[in-house]
Ligand binder design. Structure first.
Ligand SMILES: Nc1ncnc2c1ncn2[C@@H]1O[C@H](COP(=O)(O)OP(=O)(O)OP(=O)(O)O)[C@@H](O)[C@H]1O
Length: 289
């Protein structure tokens, strides 16, 4: 796989003059998001998902641009995880198409489909590590399955990936010997094992305390910035959305579709949609329906 072009980064914010009062650290990205001119690495068009005749959502269309952190958000049960699964072709949608890296995810050509899947890294919310294997062995698994690298080289790649997520010293530990935050990091390292240009993360902060969650957000932003990886992240953690998201879409259970798209900070500050406002401002919603 050819290396991805480096992410365009914004210059560091100017240092404050010493006479200015210290500002609290902003949770918001201090970097330039890829603009509309950036290539779309994912194109979702008119997507609908239904289970047993029940439509979860329909008419969902958006692009994910190269190098951005794209967030799928919305309340419980609106179909975020189902959208993620449909995007990577785990099941056929009721309608619509998804193209990733210029290829349809549900290509009839099985070889092409497998080759595309190999280029996508996925970390599931429930994506537990294998308990009997060390972290390094867990990360080695996809390398062993999909490459012909000899064991020693596999081990080196696995340790390098663990180094990227700050677990270089924990390569020999078992999952039971590490914290929940470390396990998420190890899951990201495993998802990165084959250097995917696109990483999908399903609820990465679920079950983490706010400080550990903020550390994970930093990691995601760092990988996007330094390696140019494109992220698609499902989450309903407001802090995370504002910290990592370049752009987002919001799904809604009642609308059975998308109710907002854009920069999450702009949506927070300007959206007139009652559900979007309630979500970003943590306002209670009146009963709907
Ligand atoms: N394989 C399936 N078969 C039948 N129904 C399903 C299946 N997967 C999901 N659903 C239903 O689809 C709806 C959306 O589920 P989904 O998990 O995609 O929502 P979500 O927004 O990710 O929710 P949460 O934030 O609670 O994880 C739910 O009503 C769920 O029960």
């Amino acid at each position: 796989m050819s290396p991805e072009p480096a992410r365009q980064t914004s210059p560091e914010p100017a240092r404050q003059a010493s006479s200015e009062p210290a500002q609290p650290a902003s949770p918001e990205p201090a970097r330039q998001a890829p603009g509309p001119e950036a290539e779309a690495v994912i194109r979702v068009r008119d997507l609908a998902v239904a289970f047993g005749g029940r439509t979860i959502f329909s008419g969902v269309s958006f692009d994910v641009r190269r190098g951005e952190v794209f967030v799928i958000l919305g309340g419980s049960g609106c179909g975020k995880s189902s959208l993620l699964k449909a995007m990577i072709g785990l099941f056929p949608p009721a309608a619509g198409t998804v193209e990733i890296l210029g290829q349809p995810v549900l290509s009839e050509d099985d070889k092409a489909r497998q080759a595309l899947l190999r280029r996508l890294g996925v970390m599931w919310q429930s994506g537990a590590l294998f308990g009997s294997m060390t972290l390094a062995e867990n990360v080695e698994l996809p390398i062993e399955r999909h490459t012909r690298l000899p064991p020693r080289a596999r081990g080196e790649v696995a340790r390098a990936k663990l180094g990227v997520v700050g677990l270089g010293d924990a390569a020999g530990r078992l999952p039971a010997e590490i914290s929940g935050g470390m396990a998420k990091r190890a899951g990201i390292a495993r998802a990165m094992a084959l250097d995917p240009p696109v990483l999908f993360l399903d609820e990465p902060s679920a079950g983490l305390d706010p400080i550990t969650s903020a550390g994970l957000d930093e990691l995601i932003r760092g990988i996007a910035r330094d390696l140019g990886t494109t992220f698609v992240v499902v989450t309903h953690e407001l802090q995370s959305i504002l910290a990592i998201g370049d752009r987002c879409i919001m799904l809604d259970k009642e609308a059975k579709g998308m109710i907002a798209e854009g920069d999450p900070r702009v949506l927070r500050d300007t959206s007139e949609h009652p559900v979007v406002r309630a979500f970003f401002r943590r306002e209670p919603m009146a009963e709907r329906g």
